[in-house]
Design a protein. Structure first.
Lengths: 156, 277, 769
């Protein structure tokens, strides 16, 4: 029995042991917000947060993250309200086809949790593990800056 | 199922891991997983044999620590690249390690990948090799209950082969040495480097002493270029670039195009410029 | 319903949030990639490992016996019908079967498919199918393929599927009369779409009900339906193609692929259970579609005073094993020149060549990207030849508003001059170019024109929309247009709301479901805002008139005196508010009227048929224009090129949603930068060698340079609220803008893409020698 803590819920799963975390999320738990755009650890669409840091779930074994706090995109918003980062992505036109969005949004959360006021270079660097083919990144940077402003204003 | 079936093991001590590995056939160690899991997928796709057992090193206590004393640094083999980047002591005393770590792959990979995995992966372009050679690092392996120490330089001369489990990397503080690192990626942005240049030198009275000049051409493991080192011994600072470039035997490297040769020359120049600062 | 946001009144021109955005940022929206249905089976395609071979026999007996295998199909299970996405105007290009029966023509060519309970079983089954091939000699290089001695791939002579000739005016004489003539050849590589969501479909064929449902990641569900129905000999109303959220298309999802067909037929054979086929990323790179590699030869002449006299040349496009959208790609690669430059003498012949490489199809820009690089670099060189500033030269020779081109394209609004001037002004061209102390910096310009849809696929190119107003005054908007991320759902909803006179909040959209929505040719050629937008505007107008008719009757006021604006029904005569929109709807549904409000609109752009023997014809209802300037820095020691900034001035008619427009410009432009500097889909003996993201280099966040986009609103009289389309154009001039900037920086011309550091160093070296 493998116990996984995902989005603050506990799941007891009967796993073979060779499952990637991505498979468990999408196939066993039907949490399809995390995507598989490449399955070779290059595109970032499978990004989840593990103990607050961004990880690629396509190269993480599910059994390796027992006891860790796993957050997927589904765990970011409350039942009806969007997280400030999700809202910022919408407000700034940072979402086009949306396939890459969950990954970017989670990486943004990891960044802003650690560094609430990143400069552009820090933003570019922390998002270097993601590919966006539709939008070209600039509006994503705007969204991160916008979310950063809102988060730091809220705290002061 | 994305990966072929295997039995997952998660030992809690290094002895347990070592014994387990000795008993099991067709077993592989799992460190950060940034190389292994993709490899397993690739092997399956190409209908090649995959391991029956995966022994995860993640739960072994004592391998994730960075210990700094006044003149020595010990980095546990399972320390992630992100831990290395975030560590203030390393930033202050051994900044070259941070410089190398922060340019490897992407943020997520740096959160997952371990320095041990980078050292033992046997990919010739893996980047810690050069700076560990420059730092004259000692690699500590646990082999059949014994602790075996190997100098990094010797380890890479032996094609990064090892029999035991890497437990930690020890580096003695080198007081007056400057270490610089220069990498040329294939295309701008995130990428595996095409070639790297790492130079360590002490500069006294505007002359070079104790130089380590390490080149990695992507196809072979990092090694010191002894021709360049002897040419630069006691050389004056202003002559460094010219002497370095003139003393390189380009044919000893896998530089099959003029472009790669030019690139190496340019990055040697940049590395030396960094050194002068 | 309670309206929450005043900003959503009169939404056209405002950057309202994406109508479908909340589901995307929460991961709640399902793509076909995520969809699982009860009883679903997994399908896999049987592909040829050989680039060219005869199929001698296929033995599926062993595979059939494998437990878990539910269906296997090969060509003998089909009607053997051939299709081609451009077959309406070019019947000879109907050269592909859903499952090949006689020959395979590229590595990956599909000749069968398997459905099983799980992926592993399906893959095992594929390996158990015994195919006997007679291997034929293959040809991979275009210029080899056109030789009479080359292996014959189809029935086309010299493997040339199509020749598109153009000959306007007298190019030869004009060249003789020129003061400066030059010849250049440009080499354009292949590229991949790299949509984040790979190709994926689920087909369900309930044979006894004569019903097919196909969920597929597509830009053109109606096109898929048409081809599917053709191949299965079914009526259109029995084939339902449903588009969910799509993770990018870029031209790679504009047609039926064998996987769509196979998933349906497998389902039929498996008793009606749905069958899902998903491409891996490797399959996506290797076996879907790719950009046409091209060889672009140009010979042009100018007079000393800067008059562009003639452009002549030849274009060779490597089409791979089948035609797909090859003809339109080739046509677009040639015709755009006349949209941009006001020349009367042009003689260019285009050849689409078969090779045993994977299929080249439509990809964003449709040939305009390749021609953009070639023509704009060439033009720059012509300007230099007579010592004229590149911008001055462009301004002297560009097309104008309200003119007819040499090939009879009717240009109405044309903001090209303004685009060039604004871009030049924004980057301070006059003062900065060539005058930077740091000689490694450069500025270059590229200009382009884009078509808003083009009737090159069938007799009509209409779009349709329906607006259904519910009893509580909320609105169901149905349109055939396919949103693949570019924001058409949002823009069209804005148009609907604006025309109807209600808040954008009221609109709920269902799009691109062939069973429910009206027809639409699809998302391509930047057509949706213009064509589908007009259909939407008409539907909204129709609904509005139905409402006002009821109000007119009730209030006894002539309908022409009534208007519906910003949620209010107004008496135009005295500007009094008669009632709110909600009250008006209540009235419509009230006892005395019981009038359902169902607005409908159909729009077909006014074009003239293109005569493909000459290239004449007004192919689109509107044309978009733009100018791009690049500032680059070149490291002459490593050859590395860094794009420091891009300026893009874009004539979009009117920005329905400015934020979406800028998002499209930026995305398109970065795709252009990728093609210029690092993207190169490489082949060896017909096989893609860099079929992964590690080796096919896309621009990443670290490469992202600032982009200043300038929107020029020329208010097209035909477009909805003045809007033209956009979406592709920002890809067209990028390569040339960067290449011209590299030249400005270091005096080196590079004529083949991508411009990689090794080419820069090699060119610098040869300059010194």
């Amino acid at each position: 029995m493998t116990t996984l803590n995902i989005n603050k819920k506990t799941y007891n799963l009967d796993l073979y042991g060779n499952e990637t975390l991505l498979e468990v999320l999408r196939d066993n738990l039907k949490l399809t917000g995390t995507k598989t755009a490449c399955d070779e650890a290059q595109c970032g669409s499978c990004t989840v947060l593990i103990d607050g840091k961004s990880f690629l779930s396509c190269i993480t074994l599910a059994k390796d993250v027992e006891g860790k706090e796993i957050t997927t995109i589904e765990g970011l918003s409350s039942e009806e309200d969007l997280h400030v980062i999700q809202q910022a992505f919408l407000d700034n036109g940072a979402v086009q086809c949306g396939f890459c969005a969950p990954g970017f949004i989670l990486s943004t959360k990891a960044l802003l949790d650690k560094n609430p006021s990143p400069n552009l270079d820090e933003i570019k660097k922390s998002l270097d593990g993601h590919i966006c083919r539709c939008g070209g990144y600039l509006k994503i940077f705007d969204a991160v800056k916008d979310a950063s402003k809102k988060i730091t204003n809220h705290d002061t | 199922m994305l990966l072929n079936p295997f039995t997952y093991h998660s030992p809690k001590t290094i002895e347990e891991a070592s014994n387990l590995f000795g008993q099991l056939s067709r077993a592989r160690f799992l460190a950060g997983g940034t190389f292994l899991i993709n490899n397993l997928k690739s092997l399956k796709r190409r209908n090649l044999a995959t391991p029956d057992h995966i022994v995860s090193l993640k739960k072994i206590s004592g391998l994730h620590e960075i210990k700094l004393s006044s003149n020595k640094l010990d980095i546990g083999s399972m320390t992630t690249l992100d831990q290395i980047i975030q560590n203030k002591d390393i930033e202050q005393k051994y900044p070259i390690l941070k410089q190398v770590a922060e340019n490897i792959a992407t943020t997520q990979i740096r959160n997952m990948a371990t320095i041990g995995g980078n050292v033992c992966c046997r990919y010739t372009w893996a980047e810690f090799a050069s700076c560990l050679i420059a730092l004259e690092a000692t690699l500590c392996f646990h082999e059949k209950g014994e602790e075996i120490k190997v100098l990094a330089e010797d380890f890479y001369k032996n094609s990064a082969k090892s029999k035991g489990i890497l437990t930690k990397i020890s580096i003695n503080l080198q007081e007056n040495a400057n270490i610089v690192y220069q990498r040329a990626s294939k295309t701008s942005g995130v990428d595996v480097p095409m070639l790297t240049v790492c130079i360590k030198a002490q500069i006294e009275n505007k002359k070079i002493k104790n130089i380590f000049f390490i080149i990695n051409d992507g196809s072979s493991f990092s090694k010191r270029d002894l021709n360049v080192e002897s040419a630069l011994k006691d050389a004056a600072i202003q002559e460094l670039e010219e002497k370095a470039i003139n003393s390189i035997d380009f044919s000893s490297y896998a530089l099959d195009t003029d472009y790669k040769k030019d690139l190496l020359k340019a990055h040697i120049k940049y590395a030396i410029q960094k050194l002068k600062k | 319903m309670t309206l929450k946001n005043k900003d959503f009144l009169n939404p056209v021109g405002k950057s309202v949030p994406r109508i479908d955005g909340r589901g995307l940022v929460t991961g709640q929206t399902k793509y076909v990639f995520d969809l699982k249905l009860p009883g679903m089976l997994i399908g896999k395609m049987l592909r040829s490992p050989h680039p060219h071979a005869k199929i001698i026999s296929i033995d599926t007996s062993k595979a059939k016996k494998l437990p878990g295998v539910k269906a296997i199909i090969t060509a003998k299970d089909t009607y053997g019908i051939k299709f081609g996405s451009n077959e309406f105007f070019f019947p000879q290009t109907a050269d592909q079967q859903a499952l090949e029966s006689d020959k395979v023509r590229y590595i990956g060519d599909e000749l069968g498919a398997v459905a099983a309970t799980d992926e592993e079983t399906a893959e095992k089954a594929l390996k158990l199918i015994d195919v006997k091939y007679e291997i034929l000699p293959a040809v991979f290089k275009m210029m080899e393929a056109i030789k009479p001695t080359a292996p014959q791939i189809h029935n086309a002579r010299n493997n040339i599927a199509l020749i598109l000739p153009t000959n306007f005016g007298n190019a030869e004489r004009a060249l003789r009369e020129s003061d400066y003539v030059r010849e250049d050849t440009f080499y354009l590589p292949s590229a991949a779409h790299t949509c984040m969501e790979p190709h994926v479909c689920i087909g369900q064929f309930e044979a006894f009900s004569d019903k097919i449902t196909l969920w597929t990641s597509t830009q053109a569900p109606f096109k898929v339906r048409e081809t599917l129905a053709k191949c299965l000999k079914m009526n259109l109303n029995n084939v339902r193609v449903i588009k969910l959220a799509v993770g990018g298309g870029f031209g790679g999802k504009l047609e039926m692929l064998p996987m769509d067909f196979a998933s349906c037929l497998l389902s039929k054979k498996a008793g009606g259970y749905p069958v899902k086929i998903t491409y891996s990323r490797e399959e996506e790179f290797s076996f879907s579609r790719r950009k046409h590699p091209m060889i672009y030869k140009l010979k042009s002449g100018v007079k000393k005073d800067g008059t562009l006299m003639a452009i002549s040349g030849e274009v060779y496009a490597d089409g791979g094993g089948y035609c797909s959208y090859g003809p339109t790609v080739l046509a677009a690669a040639m015709m755009r020149i006349l949209l941009v430059y006001k020349i009367t003498n042009m003689k260019i012949t285009g050849y689409r060549v078969y090779t045993n490489n994977p299929i080249s199809g439509a990809i964003r820009g449709f040939g305009g990207v390749q021609s953009g690089f070639a023509v704009e670099s060439h033009i720059d060189m012509l300007a230099e030849g007579i010592g004229m500033d590149p911008i001055e030269f462009r301004l002297k020779n560009i097309t104008t508003p309200n003119m007819i081109t040499a090939n009879k394209m009717l240009l109405t609004t044309n903001g090209l001059k303004e685009c060039i001037e604004k871009a030049a002004e924004a980057c301070d061209w006059k003062n900065k170019r060539g005058k930077q102390k740091n000689i490694k910096r450069g500025f270059g310009i590229g200009i382009a024109a884009d078509v808003m849809g083009s009737k090159m696929y069938k007799s009509h190119e209409s779009a349709g929309s329906i607006i259904k107003i519910e009893e509580d005054a909320s609105i169901c908007f149905l349109t055939g247009a396919a949103d693949t991320g570019q924001g058409s759902n949002t823009a069209l909803s804005q148009i609907a709301a604006q025309e109807l006179g209600v808040s954008y909040e009221r609109i709920k959209i269902t799009s691109a479901d062939t069973g429910i929505t009206p027809f639409d040719t699809g998302s391509f050629a930047s057509r949706v805002t213009f064509i589908s937008g007009n259909a939407t505007k008409l539907a909204a107008h129709d609904a509005k008139m139905q409402i006002l008719k009821v109000v007119s009757q009730e209030k006894n006021i002539p309908i022409n005196d009534l208007s519906l604006v910003a949620e209010e029904v107004i008496n135009k005569k005295d500007s009094s508010v008669l009632m709110t929109f909600e009250k008006a709807i209540e009235l419509c549904y009230s006892f005395n009227y019981g009038q359902q409000i169902i607005g409908r609109g159909s729009y077909n752009p006014k074009t003239t048929p293109v005569d493909f023997r000459t290239g004449e014809g007004n192919v689109s209802g509107s044309y978009g224009f733009e100018a791009q300037i690049a500032k680059v820095e070149v490291n002459t020691e490593t050859g590395e090129i860094k794009v420091l900034k891009m300026w893009d001035a874009h004539d979009i008619g009117k920005a329905i949603n400015p934020q979406s427009v800028r998002g499209q410009i930026e995305g398109s432009l970065f795709m252009g930068i990728g093609y210029t500097l690092s993207e190169n889909l490489q082949f060896k003996n017909g096989r893609v060698v860099n079929a992964n993201f590690a080796n096919y280099r896309l621009p990443r966040s670290a490469n992202a340079c600032p982009v200043e986009s300038i929107l020029i609103e020329t208010n097209d009289p035909e477009g909805p609220f003045g809007a033209k389309g956009m979406g592709e154009a920002a890809l067209l001039p990028t390569a040339a803008a960067i290449a011209n900037a590299v030249y400005d920086a270091i005096g080196v011309r590079i004529k083949d893409l991508p411009i990689t550091p090794d080419k820069v160093l090699a060119a610098l070296k040869s300059q010194h020698d």
